[in-house]
Ligand binder design. Sequence first.
Ligand code: SDX
Length: 431
Amino acid sequence: MAEQKAKLSIKNTNVELDILSGTLGPEVVDVSSLFKTGYFTYDPGFMSTASCESKITYIDGDEGILLYRGYPIDQLARSSSFVEVCYLLLHGELPNKIEFKEFCNAINRHTMVHEQIRNFFNGFRRDAHPMAVMVGVVGALSAFYHDKLNIKDPEHRAISALRLIAKMPTIAAMCYKYSVGQPFMPPKNKMTYAENFLYMMFGTPCEDYIPNPVLARALDRIFILHADHEQNASTSTVRLAGSTGANPFACISAGIAALWGPAHGGANEAALNMLHEIGDISQIPKYIARAKDPNDNFRLMGFGHRVYKNYDPRAKVMRETCYEVLEAVGAHHDPFFKIAMELERIALEDPYFIDRKLYPNVDFYSGITLSAIGIPPNMFTVIFALARTIGWIAHWNEMISSPYRLSRPRQLYTGPTERNYVPMKTREPVS
Ligand code: SDX
């Protein structure tokens, strides 16, 4: 029962609305019954709207805090593993040794995809963007598991979560192999999650491939940093799709589609392309000026965030990881890393960015890091989708396993009032 009330007075209507408190972060005003007054709330972009209650991830944008089930992201990135973080996000607690071993074994039983899945790839052009392929192939998975799609059954939800966590690296690597015309490499379960992904990406049938442990560790950390981020656009898409009762593979496919946009998960590819376009440190002032020009729609990709009005805690870890990878591959003089560091330095001293609290976000350094690992830019968002799948499925599961309602927003209508149909022959030509 809410202890506090908000009083709202609209013309001659007065309502009292419950104020609800969480464990951390802002309290919320429950407006779910406001429609009974004949009024809706209006919040394009959902700047002030909490769409749900969740126990999974907490972000404090002003303090630059990110917690997965209460654990700070920098501690998890430095001390945990992506598979352990998957268990944590899904089940709410860190696993003990037995739980972790069972979870790893369960994932390993699902890393392969049905042989028929290969046929979906052949329908795409080789130069198709890998994200277009991934959206299609992941959505098609529901055609293979129709016997386990009763979302009300916890066991069906559990097996779908395992299948998605296990198969996303395999499908992601297949998207890359298809784009370069190389044979698909089946997973090797004796490897770790990140090692296996590197093997499926860069291994060939012609010779042995041993993943570089520094690169595998860096990739595992990148997966951890991208695993979840509360109600971001793609996670909200998964929740909305899930609220219709759609199967989990269709919901994750919708999340992948939403993540693709350059304002969201597509920013890592866009950030690296921006660094290439800048090309030289001497060109930075020109691009900073463009980013500040209200008449130029150019933005510094990898900068700014809807929630973080402080340094994105993931960007700090990402920058350290970037430097480690560049050192490991002997590219510590990478010109784009130097451009990125100088761009960050200049932007963080510029009043335009300071006044708007625009800081580098997770995407600013991830592109340079992934590029140094050997991953092409058009695969960056595929990697993001691979990592974010656990976040999407954890939120989907959290919603479906508790009472929920169909998500169906209302609107402010500003179109024509009612009018009668006019037959074509009597319509005046538009001058
Ligand atoms: C991700 O939601 C999540 O949690 C997402 C994510 C996750 O893990 O799921 O964190 C991943 O999507 C990170 C964000 C990646 N996107 C980019 O790096 C693209 C570049 N960033 C911008 O497009 C922008 O910052 C957004 C979209 C991220 C946030 O936009 P908002 O919150 O809608 O803010 P805004 O567009 O209203 O900007 C406020 C002001 C505006 O200027 P004014 O109109 O007030 O004069 O800041 C300016 C904007 O023009 N601004 C920028 C800028 N970002 C905002 N100006 C230049 N360069 C930028 N990058």
